[in-house]
Design a binder for this molecule. Structure first.
Ligand code: GUN
Length: 292
């Protein structure tokens, strides 16, 4: 059986195409959607992610700035910067790249972002709205996953979705989104995590498995039922002897999933590009809302 490859790259291009008119309409009113990204420390993956985000903003003619701090910055200095960004009309979105160094309380920093500029959807106000079924800003990766499913007409209604991982960034919000009472959603969702015994006993029952645990090639073909859909959020670096010294793999073991799953998102080129597309969409939305 053929396994359909769900291309986030393709879906993200459709998102950018659809955003063009909205961006033009804002520009005609002298508004250029703007993003401020706060990057603390030298985590190489975070540096790559932030650079990809700001590069995409530039390529779309949008405004973005990265505020970079070394690891020894104090929490108060970051909080002061966020207050300043909250009041700067050039920025419609503020993003604090995670993880933050250990001496900084992520929760305190994320709570300081104006919920109206919280394009990552990490502020408790926005998370609360999502939980109550009235989403405002939806976190980018979960929003991107729902958009891929919608694009490929994979309707979750009445399906059993098993989410592996319960992070605030992906696992928890996607577990809420998948069972909201709305189009393409309405699933029955099970969340597995590090405290779950025999995770494969759950994945075996799933119509859709969403992998968001960050464990290279964790799930293989024997862990799923025939024709399950696999959404792989993992981006794991594995050392190899290539020039750059590593390769990227997901949380799924692709060789054994191909032919058994009905569809899967590749790594790279699956969920990753959607995270950036949804960040752009949320920032455009924030700019539009700033007009009202
Ligand atoms: N770290 C990993 N994923 C994300 C994300 O989507 N947003 C931010 N700000 N940090 C992250």
């Amino acid at each position: 059986m053929d396994t359909q490859i769900l291309s986030g790259k393709e879906v993200s291009n459709a998102v950018y195409e659809a955003l063009k008119n909205r961006i033009e309409a804002l520009k005609s009113q002298s508004i250029i959607p703007g993003l401020a990204a706060v990057l603390v420390g030298e985590d190489p993956a975070s540096q790559v992610y932030v650079r990809s985000k700001t590069k995409k903003f530039a390529s779309l003619g949008l405004h973005s700035e990265t505020i970079t701090y070394s690891t020894d910055i104090t929490q108060d200095e970051i909080l002061a910067k966020i207050r300043e960004l909250n009041n700067n009309v050039l920025y419609h979105g503020i993003l604090v790249q995670l993880p933050l160094p250990g001496h900084i309380e992520s929760e305190t920093v994320l709570n300081a972002v104006d919920p109206k500029k919280d394009v990552d959807g990490f502020h408790p106000y926005n998370l609360g709205c999502l939980t109550a079924g009235k989403p405002t800003f939806i976190p980018c990766t979960p929003k991107g996953i729902m958009r891929i499913l919608e694009h490929y007409k994979i309707d979750l209604s009445t399906k059993h979705v098993v989410v592996v991982g319960r992070s605030n960034i992906v696992g928890r919000p996607i577990s809420i989104l998948t069972n909201l009472k709305q189009k393409f959603s309405n699933a029955t969702t099970t969340v597995c995590h590090s405290g779950t015994k025999n995770i494969n006993q759950f994945t075996h029952q799933a119509d859709v498995v969403i992998l968001a645990l960050g464990s290279p090639e964790f799930l293989n073909g024997n862990d799923i039922k025939d024709r399950a859909v696999i959404i792989d959020v993992g981006i794991n670096r594995i050392d190899d002897d290539s020039e750059r010294g590593y390769k990227l793999v997901g949380d799924g073991e692709v060789a054994s999933l191909l032919g058994k799953a009905s569809a899967l998102t590749p790594v790279p080129g699956g969920v990753g590009p959607m995270t950036i597309a949804m960040l752009v969409e949320n920032t455009v939305e924030a700019a539009e809302r700033s007009l009202h």
